[in-house]
Write a protein that binds this ligand. Structure first.
Ligand code: COA
Length: 195
């Protein structure tokens, strides 16, 4: 019955390929590369993300993060990916399909971040296209949502470019950088066709 689909990737999340990029589940061995990239991108990322906990870039917090990601996959609640540049296997960013709702919704929420040195080069466009295909074909979602602060021009441009439709403005939708901030709501449906 299509309306009550669930999906199980309890053993391992598949690798997802896009133009010039590859996405896979985070593992412990990614810690140093991830922490280094997040640290050098701190000023670029923090205005657009939930406040980072003080211990966020430590190995123990990362271990908890990786365990939570695995548990989220097992429970079909969220799917976190790290983003790699195919030409040299460098870790350049990350994407998450969070808050997966099954039953009559079959929906999830897309989030993403790019390491500062790699922004504005089209890698995230390729990654969002690939993860959107994965959401509809492998996760069998009907609706992929994304939200961004209206002044986040690169994020708005990215979503429009990959075929997400603007659906409205949600007041004080998420607490970003310590402040409840209004967000533009976007979504793509599995019936929207290719983009
Ligand atoms: C949002 C983000 C992931 C986009 O990544 P990216 O690497 O810039 O994405 P891309 O290069 O694939 O595409 C971005 C688009 O925005 C455009 N853009 C970038 N900066 C811009 C600016 N200041 N003004 C107008 N357009 C801009 C780019 O030109 C590109 O569009 P184009 O292909 O038509 O030229 C990245 O900027 C980021 O991580 N920002 C900080 C964290 C964040 O905002 N997370 C998302 C919260 S909703």
């Amino acid at each position: 019955m299509a309306l009550f689909r669930t999906v199980s990737f309890a053993e391992s999340l598949p690798t997802v390929e896009g133009e010039g990029v590859m996405l896979r589940a985070p593992v412990m061995a990614d810690f140093m590369e991830w922490a280094t990239l997040r640290n050098l991108s701190r000023g670029f990322l923090t205005p657009w993300e939930p406040t980072w906990p003080a211990d966020d870039l430590t190995r123990s917090a990362y271990r908890r993060r990786v365990r939570r990601y695995a548990e989220d996959i097992r429970m079909d609640q969220a799917y976190a990916f790290f983003l790699f540049r195919k030409s040299d296997d460098l870790l350049i960013g990350g994407l998450t399909i969070a808050n997966v709702r099954r039953g009559v919704a079959q929906a999830g929420s897309l989030g993403y971040w790019m390491g500062a040195p790699y922004a504005g080069q089209g890698y995230m466009t390729a990654a969002v296209r690939a993860i959107t295909r994965f959401s509809f074909s492998s996760l069998r979602l009907h609706r992929l949502e994304a939200a961004c602060i209206p002044t986040n021009t690169p994020s708005v441009r990215l979503l429009e470019k990959v075929g997400f439709k603007r659906e409205g403005l949600a007041r004080q939708y998420l607490c970003i950088d310590g402040i409840w901030q209004d967000h533009l709501l976007f979504a793509r449906l599995d019936t929207d066709g290719r983009s």
